[in-house]
Design a protein. Structure first.
Length: 97
């Protein structure tokens, strides 16, 4: 195997692992989001302490939502980078560069 082929194979393997890690993290965050939402829905604060706890759950939900959104944005950027790379390779093959 040529060195370029080995480097490319390693890059593909690393990329696949990153995607799997991202998908696993997103699944975990989604499960946690459901749990937090259930706690929020079930809450019926009667004391200031219970209200503070509810506020903490809502803040936690916001943080989870932001992180899920970041993961989705990262996935979109990775997909765009991959497509750009394919376009650049096609342009090189056609002699446009």
């Amino acid at each position: 195997m040529r060195e370029d082929d080995e480097t490319e194979a390693l890059a593909v393997e690393t990329k696949t692992a990153e995607i799997a890690d991202r998908e696993e993290l997103q699944a975990m965050l989604t499960r946690t989001m459901r749990t937090v939402q259930a706690r929020i829905d079930a809450s019926d604060p009667k004391t200031p302490a219970e209200e503070r706890l509810l506020i903490k759950w809502i803040k936690t939900q916001a943080v989870l939502a932001r992180r899920i959104q970041q993961l989705n944005s990262d996935a979109d950027l990775d997909e765009m980078a991959e497509r750009l790379e394919l376009f650049e390779e096609a342009a090189e093959l056609r002699g446009d560069k």
